[in-house]
Design a protein around this ligand. Structure first.
Ligand SMILES: [Ca+2]
Length: 551
């Protein structure tokens, strides 16, 4: 019975096994191939999945393009009445986010650059007013964390290409010799251009660097690559023309003023193309020396704007920005590359506001003043961020932001936690990129600073200015005592109702004045405006006279 049962139930099964065994034996090579293919497909699939995960976690490339003395109204998408059609920069804005209320921490070059690189307000450094020259010693100590050193530590390739203007230490022929500050051609005779510089971009975290030391109208006219001058200057040049002027000074034979902006763009395109091939992400800080003086549109752009050489120069920069976008596309890295475009302060009077006004173009848009001023024209700048992976096309943010915010933004993007003495005045822009609804203003308040070191504080629609007049170069200048003495000591404006700062409300809103003044005092005294432990501001020789209002 048992056997019968076994036979009844087992025999067909046994037969099946024999058949399978027979088939397997007969078609063994086919099975082996099938098994191998299945394994290969699933292996490839899991590799693909791993790659997708790594792509998702891949940190973005970051390209920061800083124009020099480019006004809010010089970009047509920021100025509906603008007469300079910046097609390529407008396209960048339409593909990303446009900030309408962005401010540089200072109204002039050096201090704004300090704030961008360190995430700390410039006036906390030893430079309490004015700018450096092409000969000045390094402003940022190597001990300070910069955007570049932080990203480098996070595995980024880092590069600076362009105008430095933060000081570096030239090698000297005679260390004991005292010579001028760098405003005169003879001030450079003690520099040994055959030796490397120290305390420059490399020491502050830029693995690659190529640029010149001051503004393009400040000698010496020498390129320095990775800390080494590319050529010892063998001539002295000077340009006295209205727009294209530069100060007299030593010049290397590979330094052609007209070609400096094109050269920086070319080198940036090469850097982007090369680094796109590597596994590590990159950070490129491209600091243009333009449209600052010398205003040098190349031949193909001369006369193209129908305005003046400044307008032509703007069109040239715009065209190069188009090429930059194209280079990123061609390199296949567009989706996860952040491109930031902004300026280091408002437009300079060197652009000739009068001639531009006759042609209905105002580089300051509706805002009062220009470069160097505490008024909006001094420090409100166009600010554009494109990042296809994380920013929706055509986004607009009207939040008040500051150029010091790069540090915290990059820190959040790379999951780095800033410590107490890093980025003291930096707030991450990520929530604004994502258009996350905020339940309070993005920044509690933002501080502005003019060329003579005057302060202003902005909170919501209100702006309190701690000086009479412009604190800069527009009417009325700080040294115009005859007028300044007739004005109230401070100024209060409501920018929503009065964006052009024409109606000083200082006498009519004492409460607001007190509130803003005490907040400004707190930010200065605590050495920071972000919530963390208080820090010290850098000391100066003598008195910091611009903060006397705190006494
Ligand atoms: Ca500038």
């Amino acid at each position: 019975m048992k056997e019968r049962l076994e036979n009844k139930y087992f025999l067909p099964f046994k037969n099946t096994i024999s058949i399978v065994a027979h088939i397997f034996t007969k078609y063994r090579p086919v099975f082996i191939v099938t098994f191998f293919l299945t394994f290969l497909i699933s292996f490839t699939q899991s590799c693909k999945e791993a790659k997708l995960v790594s792509e998702a976690e891949q940190k973005p490339n970051i390209i920061y393009v800083l124009a020099d003395d480019l006004g809010y109204g010089d970009i047509s998408s920021f100025n509906e009445n603008g007469q300079i059609k910046t097609t390529h920069i407008d396209q960048l804005a339409s593909e990303g986010i446009k900030f309408t209320d962005a401010h540089t921490s200072s109204a002039v070059c050096t201090p704004t650059r300090y704030g961008i690189i360190t995430g700390r307000y410039n006036w906390r450094s030893r430079l309490k007013s004015g700018v450096l020259t092409g000969k000045s010693k390094a402003l940022i100590p190597n001990s300070r964390t910069t955007v570049a050193s932080m990203l480098k530590n996070q595995g980024y390739n880092t590069a600076f290409i362009g105008k430095w203007h933060l000081g570096w230490d030239w090698a000297l022929k005679n260390k004991d010799s005292i010579s001028g500050e760098g405003w005169n051609a003879k001030d450079f005779s003690n520099i040994d251009f055959s030796k490397p510089i120290t305390n420059g971009p490399k020491e502050l975290g830029f693995a690659y660097s190529y640029g010149h030391s001051g503004s393009l109208d400040m000698a010496p006219y020498v390129y320095v690559e990775n800390g080494i001058p590319t050529a010892v200057p063998d001539s002295v040049t000077e340009n006295k023309s209205k727009y294209s002027w530069w100060r007299k000074g030593p010049t290397s034979n590979d330094f052609i003023h007209d070609d400096v902006t094109p050269n920086f763009f070319r080198r940036s395109f090469k850097y982007i193309t090369e680094k796109a091939e590597e596994d590590s992400p990159f950070f490129l800080y491209l600091a243009l020396p333009s449209p600052h003086t010398p205003i040098l549109p190349t031949e193909e752009w001369q006369g193209k704007s129908g305005l003046n050489p400044y307008g032509d120069f703007m069109l040239m920069i715009d065209a190069y920005m188009g090429q930059l976008t194209e280079t990123i596309k061609q390199a296949g890295i567009e989706d996860n590359t952040i491109v930031i475009f902004t300026s280091d302060n408002g437009c300079s009077p060197q652009a000739d506001y009068k001639i531009l006004e006759e042609k209905n173009h105002d580089p300051s848009y509706v805002y009062r003043g220009h470069k160097a001023d505490i008024f909006e024209g001094g420090h409100r700048v166009p600010f554009i961020v494109k990042w296809p992976k994380n920013i929706s096309k055509g986004s607009i943010s009207n939040e008040t932001i500051c150029t010091t915010d790069l540090m915290a933004t990059c820190a959040e993007i790379t999951d780095y936690k800033l410590t107490g003495n890093e980025g003291e005045d930096s707030f991450s822009l990520l929530p604004l990129f994502n258009q996350t609804p905020l339940n309070k203003p993005f920044r509690e308040a933002t501080i502005h600073h003019s060329i003579n070191g005057s302060f202003a504080i902005r909170k919501d629609d209100w702006k309190l200015i701690m000086c009479a007049g412009s604190g800069g170069w527009s009417f009325s200048k700080p040294n115009n005592k005859a007028v300044i003495d007739t004005l109230p000591k401070y100024q209060l404006y409501n920018l929503k109702e009065d964006p052009s700062e024409t109606n000083n409300l200082i006498a009519s809103n004492v409460e607001k004045v007190d509130e803003l003044k005490s907040l400004l005092t707190k930010y200065i005294k605590e050495g920071r405006s972000t919530p963390d432990e208080p820090q010290k501001n850098d000391a100066i020789d003598g008195k910091w006279k611009q903060i006397e209002f705190m006494d």
